[in-house]
Ligand binder design. Structure first.
Ligand SMILES: Cc1ncc(COP(=O)(O)O)c(C=O)c1O
Length: 398
């Protein structure tokens, strides 16, 4: 059976050019970047070249990039690092109700440590109102952490407006750019942020590697103590092969962003139109235009997302009902709840995140599969009341 992967928000396949770039760093060039001999120097050179490539890609200075194990660590580092180092100035943090668990659970952890967190609401499209951020700012606010683009519904937030506001008040701004990087322009000066999280495995790079951008002069507490790696900000022998792969993936993303955006936007809009035209009671979730070029999130009334996901998987199509991190939970998605969906409505949603390798034929195949599966599930749904040509006994390949 043909397998179609449309869950690029969860992770992406590693680009073969990235694999090629990484391979020598497992074998010939295996040195420890802290060693003084030639093996070490070879690794140290690759480390600094990679750091420069990543910095150049987001308009940062080389020394402003700290390598981490990925988006989760970068988010933890940014938020706890600012909180611990600046607690003398204040203990109040502002974030939003639709952040990734890496941010929300870090904030919850800090609340237990005596920090106060304001969770700003979003509108029904999932967009944050800058005015509500302004109203939440207090004299003791030290950090605003708002994601650049949402992982479930793809909405893009007005980060530069938030930064303009924060800058006037001397408040640090962190953004989680894990989903936006490689899909829309990410430049730290245009966004005006002090800290920015990136993860390699969302951009056709390897898993377990990422970075935190830290604007020069930002007061940040190191969380991992040991040797003097990463300018004494994150101890531990650097994952050179991962770092080289990450930098290559960033360079490829930059090279391809124009073509990728065109391709993904075309497939995204085609998929939305086809589904809307062919299935009743289907609704797009998230903002119609302020959304990532590869994100489609659709709610189908009267059915469960999990049942659709399993039936699509049987047809070889991989998609998701929410973020990968929460898809094993039966709780309604916190993002869908935050945009005002009732639990019964959020349970019928599917997240389709397209990638470079997807084609129009695959979008057609997915739409046909959805028409069939939604029809079947509604036929057996006690709440649907929809007439369908399918009956319970006529679903041999369900
Ligand atoms: C918005 C966002 N932030 C953070 C993360 C965590 O990144 P990582 O998997 O690299 O730890 C993810 C991963 O899904 C994400 O989508």
């Amino acid at each position: 059976m043909k397998r179609i992967y449309m869950d690029h928000g969860a992770t992406t396949p590693v680009d073969p050019l990235v694999v090629d770039a990484m391979l020598p760093y497992f074998t010939d060039k295996f040195g420890n970047a802290s060693s003084l001999h030639s093996f070490g120097q070879e690794a140290a050179l690759a480390l600094e070249q990679s750091r420069k490539m990543i910095a150049d890609s987001i308009g940062a200075k080389t020394e402003e990039i700290i390598f981490t194990s990925g988006g989760t660590e970068s988010d933890n580092f940014a938020i706890k690092g600012i909180a611990y180092r600046n607690s003398g100035k204040g203990k109040h943090i502002i974030t939003s109700t639709i952040e990734h668990p890496a941010v929300l659970n870090t904030c919850a952890f800090l609340e237990n440590e005596g920090f106060e967190v304001t969770y700003v609401a979003v509108d029904n499209d999932g967009i944050i109102d800058v005015e509500s951020i302004e109203k939440s700012i207090r004299d003791d606010t030290i950090l605003i952490s708002i994601m650049h683009a949402n992982n479930e519904i793809g909405t893009i937030q007005p980060i530069s407006d938030i930064s303009n506001l924060a800058r006037k008040k001397g408040i640090y701004v962190h953004t989680d750019a894990v989903q936006s990087i490689g899909k829309i322009a990410v430049n730290v000066d245009e966004l005006g942020v002090d800290l920015l999280s990136i993860s390699s495995h969302k951009i056709y790079g390897p898993k377990g590697i990422g970075a935190l951008y830290v604007r020069k002069g930002t007061l940040l507490q190191a969380l991992a103590h040991g040797g003097g790696h990463e300018h004494h900000m994150r101890a531990g022998t650097e994952n050179i092969s991962g770092i080289v792969g990450f930098a290559k993936a960033m360079a490829l993303a930059d090279e391809r962003i124009v073509d990728d955006t065109k391709h993904l936007t075309h497939l995204r809009d085609l998929l939305i139109k086809k589904v809307m035209d062919s299935i009743d009671d289907a609704y797009l979730i998230g903002h119609p235009t302020k959304r990532l070029p590869n994100n489609v999130n659709i709610r189908f009334r009267f059915i469960e997302g999990e049942s659709m996901l399993l039936l699509l998987d049987m047809k070889g199509i991989a998609i998701s009902t929410g973020s990968a991190c929460s898809s094993k939970s039966l709780e309604p998605s916190h993002v869908l709840t935050a945009i005002g969906l009732k639990p019964e409505d959020s349970h019928g949603s599917l997240r389709i995140t397209l990638g470079r390798g997807n084609t129009q034929e695959e979008v057609d195949y997915l739409t046909d599969a959805l028409v069939e599966i939604v029809g079947r599930l509604r036929a057996i749904s006690p709440i649907s009341g929809k007439k369908s040509s399918f009956t319970v006994g006529s679903t041999p390949d369900m």
